[in-house]
Ligand binder design. Structure first.
Ligand SMILES: *Cc1c(COP(=O)(O)O)cnc(C)c1O
Length: 435
């Protein structure tokens, strides 16, 4: 399989190169040259396979000859070592729970697959591999956990001091080993700014392969197809499901579209958005007007300019009509999000996190407009990751799980730096180059 840059088709890569680079040298996102068609027999056989076998079948064509069958299967076993259940909530709604991984959010799957691919490719490198990432909270935790103890890799994470939740901070700083957390006295934009500058700095890259692990990486993006297949294997209704997907950068939803293109039966995708509803406007008005992001209670979706929109356009030859045929979209205010958290808890004794509540509210809006259509909300995070908002909304305290207790008891290991490039560079040289 070859990948080409959506900026300039002349920039191509195989799976290994695209995974290690993240983004094409021309700044474009990589896109597969072909989307495999799954034979009917394979789709029927999914329900008899293990999770690792399903992951293997889905990713096999995308990985191409960059990995042997045995290596890919082993990576899938390590990646998919937790559950992805669907639970029936009421007559017409199911929840696909993607939060049973180590950091309690759906980004674990993509991050685990990516880290193991990078670890495998690191074996044939002459240089050390260093992953540099800026986080506003969730991504950094998933990346840190996924890369912890992966031989041949080191990770440097920048996070804004006092702007992440206690759980998130311990996920970033409680690991140590090959994970180094830099606590920046500034905000997320400052962190991102420093990371951008770092990738231009020749001193840093001397003797190391400096790479990123952000969500546009094809390994993270394409492996998310696995969720939709796992949901389908548990789906017992006679008609294909609708999926309501809480969306920010649209990596998750776009992966679902790829699975559908390969043949997975899906009736409709609903792009569930918060006040950052650039995409909802596009679906209803045909115009894509990117804006700056607005803070909300479902903050992992606070994206004014979804980076995977260009991949969605590529999948449908930029046809607004075709995109509208497959995806509908609704958006919710914070007030509506709180309303659906409360409603779900009161009526069905089920606790939604704010992101999953946006998916539920959007599904409700669709069902009200189209009658009783059965669908799955994609639940992307465990409510315990957002305790204040959830407790306020449902009016009850959340129980602390043993996993959270263990996390909060970890010792915080971080290096505080000022919000400027030279502070960062000093710390980086110390941690990486003087080792
Ligand atoms: C990242 C994230 C999202 C948004 O996913 P995209 O693939 O960026 O659309 C939704 N919910 C949670 C909890 C997230 O962490």
């Amino acid at each position: 399989m070859k990948y080409y840059s959506l900026n300039d088709r002349r920039f191509t890569a195989d799976f290994r190169k695209a995974t290690l680079e993240g983004q094409s040298p021309d700044g474009g996102l990589y896109f597969p040259e072909t989307i495999p068609a799954w034979p009917k027999a394979l789709i029927e056989a999914f329900s008899k396979m293990s999770q690792a076998e399903i992951g293997f079948e889905i990713m096999r064509p995308y990985v191409g000859n960059c990995m042997s069958d045995a290596v890919l299967l082993e990576i899938m076993k390590e990646t998919l070592n937790f559950e992805f259940p669907i639970k029936r909530l009421n007559e017409e709604t199911w929840s696909l729970e993607l939060f049973h991984g180590p950091t309690l959010a759906f980004k674990d799957l993509g991050a685990r697959f990516l880290s193991r691919c990078m670890g495998h490719f690191a074996r044939n490198l002459n240089e050390r591999m260093v992953v540099l990432v800026a986080t506003s909270g969730d991504t950094g935790g998933a990346v840190a956990d996924a890369f912890h103890h992966i031989e041949g890799t080191e990770v440097v994470i920048l996070y804004p001091s006092r702007k992440v939740s206690p759980v998130q901070e311990k996920q970033l700083t409680g690991l140590g080993g090959n994970i180094c957390a830099l606590e920046v006295e500034g905000d997320f934009d400052d962190c991102q700014h420093i990371v951008k500058q770092a990738f231009q700095d020749k001193d840093l890259k001397n003797g190391i392969l400096l790479t990123s692990s952000n969500s546009i990486n094809i390994s993270r993006w394409l492996s998310q197809q696995i969720y939709y297949v796992l949901a389908y294997t548990q789906w017992e209704q006679s008609t294909p499901p609708i999926f309501s997907v809480p969306s920010g950068n649209f990596g998750n939803l776009c992966a679902g579209l790829v699975a559908q293109r390969s043949g997975l039966p899906v009736a409709k995708f609903i792009a569930a958005c918060n006040a950052n509803h650039t995409f909802t406007n596009y679906i209803h008005k045909g115009e894509f007007l990117a804006s700056s992001s607005i803070p909300t209670i479902s903050n992992a979706m606070d994206v004014g300019q979804p980076s995977n929109f260009i991949r969605i356009k590529a999948l449908f030859n930029d046809s607004h009509d075709e995109i509208k045929n497959v995806i509908d979209s609704y958006w919710l205010s914070d007030e509506e999000t709180r309303y659906w958290m409360r409603d779900m808890y009161a009526k069905y004794n089920y606790t939604l996190d704010p992101h999953s509540a946006v998916a539920y509210g959007a599904m409700k809006k669709w069902q009200q407009a189209h009658g009783n259509t059965q669908g799955i909300i994609v639940s992307t995070a465990h409510p315990i990751k957002f305790p204040e908002v959830v407790e306020q909304s449902i009016g009850e305290p959340l129980g602390i799980t043993p996993q959270i207790m263990e996390l909060l008891n970890r010792e915080k290991k971080s290096i505080r730096i000022k919000s400027n490039y030279s502070s960062f560079k000093d710390a980086f040289m110390n941690v990486i180059h003087n080792k």
